[in-house]
Design a protein around this ligand. Structure first.
Ligand code: FEO
Length: 403
């Protein structure tokens, strides 16, 4: 065996993983990728040789070296771009220059996205939904998956191998030498899948059950799911689909997430008082200070919660900046069916609680009340926290979205 810096990993007799492992990335456009990630590209070797997706631009050399461990890259006939985001098509121009493929394929929206990003005149062929491409022994078929999670997104499917290239869907940010999910600890897979779903796919949750139903109607009974990040799933795919259907329902639970920041500990004390009373009322509670917790971890905690409590001191007539950051991020991710409340301390003007409350209402959270206190919480403020916790618990019991 020839020694190489990077080699391909066989997925099936015809398909190789030729992606890249990004061990060191810790910020993925605002999402804390504490375990790094992979950019998965796949090589299909048939009469026609096909590269499915590429990698983030700095990893082009790694992808090419992995391809070279199977075939000379110049022997690749076709490139398929399932998704135009730059972590998958960033090295597409370099790949085209080196490979000089007969054709590059993308969805119609993908053709436009690639053109508008690269400002190029490189011809890219638009494939229609369900269009098939004969490769020899294998057939590659394309399925548009618009807004999962970009307008251009599509799946590619090899019927003979029952293999679905699912681009970002079913992915996770997890750098590992293991290429298959069944080689990794189940708890890590659950945690990273949930985080990925919560931070990438949550705004499009209503589309996911429809997509799974469509795949079932079209009899795409996959035995392998090969996403663009993280490991490949094989064998029992039931739990993978079950998780997506469960998260898409966004059914509220009894769990309460309290997220806050503090200047001189007063808002912190309110948060602790709320936590204590909710715990005594029997609720699982996660208390997260934005001084330590990352916005993307808070969103992950919200995925299986029923209530969101947000606390902020007032700073220069505004809510604290970390809360503005979190609420902006959370508004975009659109977690449904939550009840909630605002709380916070202040010295003289005290605008933060109203501003937080307004932001929660704008997000669609059913706000049941608030607690606001000047300087340190006194007995009256702590009593108000107890009353707010009781009100929240009652609202959770009556939440119509509850299972
Ligand atoms: Fe992994 Fe939407 O890019």
């Amino acid at each position: 065996m020839q020694d190489r810096e990077f080699t391909a990993v066989p997925i099936t007799p015809h398909v190789w993983w030729v992606g890249a492992i990004d061990w060191n990335i810790r910020d993925f456009h605002g999402y804390a990728t504490s375990r790094g990630t992979t950019y998965n590209a796949y090589l299909i070797v048939d009469e026609k040789i096909v590269l499915v997706d590429t990698v983030k631009r700095p990893f082009f050399h790694e992808m090419i070296e992995r391809i070279r461990s199977v075939v000379d890259p110049e022997k690749i006939d076709l490139i398929v771009s399932n998704h135009a985001e730059m972590d998958h098509s960033g090295s597409l121009p370099e790949a085209i220059d080196l490979i000089r493929p007969e054709r590059v394929y993308a969805s119609a929206m993908g053709v436009n996205a690639l053109r508008d990003h690269f400002r190029w005149d490189t011809p890219v062929t638009a494939v229609k939904d369900q269009e098939k491409l004969e490769l020899g022994a294998l057939t590659l078929q394309f399925f548009e998956t618009r807004m999962l999670h970009w307008p251009d997104s599509m799946f590619s499917w090899i019927e003979q191998e029952r293999l679905l290239f699912s681009q970002d869907a079913f992915g996770m940010h997890l750098a590992s030498v293991e290429r298959f999910a069944d080689e990794l600890p189940a708890a890590v897979l659950e945690e990273e899948s949930a985080k990925y779903y919560a931070n990438i796919l949550l705004p499009y949750a209503p589309l996911i059950p429809k997509l799974i139903e469509r795949c079932q109607k079209l009899q795409l009974n996959a035995e392998l799911i090969a996403p663009d990040h993280g490991p490949v799933f094989r064998r029992d795919l039931g739990p993978v689909l079950e998780r997506y259907l469960r998260w898409s329902a966004q059914a509220p639970t009894d769990k309460v997430v309290i997220v806050y920041d503090t200047m001189w500990e007063s808002t912190h004390r309110l948060a602790r008082a709320l936590e204590d009373r909710l715990r005594r009322l029997g609720h699982p509670v996660r208390l997260l200070s934005l001084h330590e917790a990352h916005r993307s971890d808070v969103i992950t905690e919200l995925l299986d919660a029923g209530a969101l409590l947000v606390g902020s001191p007032t700073l220069n007539n505004q809510m604290f900046p970390t809360l503005a950051d979190f609420l902006t991020y959370a508004a975009g991710l659109k977690r449904q069916h939550l009840v909630g409340a605002a709380f916070g301390s202040y010295g003289w003007s005290g605008e933060s609680v109203k501003k937080v409350e307004d932001a929660l209402v704008a997000m669609g959270v059913k706000v049941v009340g608030s607690v606001k206190c000047r300087y340190r919480p006194d007995a009256a403020a702590l009593e108000a926290c107890g009353a707010l916790a009781e009100k929240l618990a009652a609202a959770l019991r009556q939440n119509p979205g509850k299972e």
